[in-house]
Design a protein around this ligand. Structure first.
Ligand code: FAD
Length: 341
């Protein structure tokens, strides 16, 4: 049996380990566009703040491949899935045949609607993004963070620790709209301000003007003009599924999967941030954010790819969708949320 996994995040890596544990003879391959496939995304804010070095984040890819006896392809993107021949097509035109496939491609950042120039705008999701930011920030004194969730808060904290003057702008949803961990937007805003970070809420950026490199003006809807040297955009994310255009795998943004994490194609599974599961009790769709829940999904998908005893996701449980490594926000930041929400 030939298994392929796309993506080297927690869902993909845990699935590879579980497949090997369950089937010592299988051919297992993992392909990822990252050149460093084994690193912790969770530590990226500490790298950004200067508290950790790049080397402290990165694990040994060769050891990982050896430990689980994997064919590991790094630095290559899957650009197509040929549904008739069960082939993955890579960015270097190589083709990989699979019997069972796991898609664990995570998400990409949403692009703000005012984007007409890319110079001022930086993403912060991957090691490559973090390295680009760290190099650029060496020469800068201020930065603007555009977002309203946990990544925006962690990024603002990290930039402040680095010694920059930081402004956070939250759009119409305000800060902390989902009340994660029982915290309110007000609590999170007060917390950021206590760190010396300026916060403007319900005031989306409507335009971005260039004066010169590292000299930009962000204009907000209320008429505010903020001078900034760069903007980190953290306006949420979208599943990375473009390569599935002609693959016969159903989805609407994310990949629709059933409780076994199986897509509309029997031989294709999806796990982690790119998968969307129907919660029939609440008539709602759920998708993942969290390192530990992504691991849980990756392992469960692997079990079902092997197919001996099907196991189900508990759609109502946060263990499968929102289990954070590093603690919930309130305990991380020493705030007191309402644990019941
Ligand atoms: C900066 C940051 C900080 C975070 N902090 C925390 C935290 O403190 N605690 C917590 O629990 N969670 C945190 N998260 C969220 C957590 O990292 C994600 O929920 C988790 O990584 C999702 O795992 P995944 O395996 O589904 O996807 P990802 O980790 O996003 O991995 C997807 C992989 O697929 C690869 N890929 C995508 N498309 C292709 C393609 N076409 N071809 C080949 N490879 C492809 C990507 O390069 C990547 O390797 C953080 C996220 C970020 C960005």
């Amino acid at each position: 049996m030939q298994y392929w996994i796309i993506g080297s995040g927690p869902a993909g890596r845990s699935a590879a380990a579980e497949l090997r544990r369950l089937d010592t003879k299988a051919d297992i391959g993992l392909v990822t566009e990252e050149t460093e496939p084994v690193y912790s995304r969770l530590e990226l804010p500490s790298y950004l703040s200067g508290e950790r070095s790049r080397d402290e984040l990165i694990g040994n890819a060769k050891d990982f491949a050896r430990e689980y006896d994997l064919q590991l392809i790094t630095g290559r993107r899957v650009v197509n899935l040929d549904p008739k021949k069960n082939l993955l097509v890579l960015s270097d035109k190589r083709q990989l045949r699979f019997d069972r496939l796991l898609i664990a491609t995570g998400t990409r950042p949403k692009v703000p609607s005012f984007q007409h120039t890319s110079d001022a705008l930086y993403s912060f999701r991957t090691l490559a993004d973090a390295q680009r930011l760290v190099r650029t920030l060496e020469h800068l004194e201020n930065a603007l963070v555009y977002g309203n969730g946990i990544l925006a808060v962690e990024t603002a904290r990290a930039l402040k620790k680095r010694g920059l003057e930081v402004t956070v702008i939250a759009d119409d949803e305000g800060l902390w709209p989902n009340h994660f961990g029982g915290l309110t937007g007000e609590q999170v805003s007060e917390y950021l301000q206590s760190l010396g970070i300026t916060v403007h809420e319900n005031d989306p950026i409507t335009d971005l003007l260039d004066e010169a490199t590292f000299h930009y003006f962000a204009r907000t809807r209320s008429g505010r003009t903020i001078r900034t040297q760069l903007i980190v955009q953290l306006l949420g994310c979208l599943p990375r599924t473009r390569f599935l255009r002609n693959a016969g795998v159903e989805g609407n943004g994310g990949i629709f999967v059933n409780k076994y994490l199986q897509s509309s194609r029997e031989d294709v599974f999806a796990a982690g941030d790119c998968a969307v599961i129907e919660d029939t009790e609440k008539s709602a769709q759920r998708s993942n954010f969290g390192w530990l829940s992504a691991i849980r999904q990756g392992k469960l998908a692997a079990k079902n790819m092997i197919g001996e005893q099907p196991v189900e996701v508990d759609v109502t449980s946060d263990d499968y969708f929102f289990r954070l490594e590093g603690g919930d926000p309130a305990s991380r930041w020493n705030l007191h949320g309402d644990a019941t929400s």
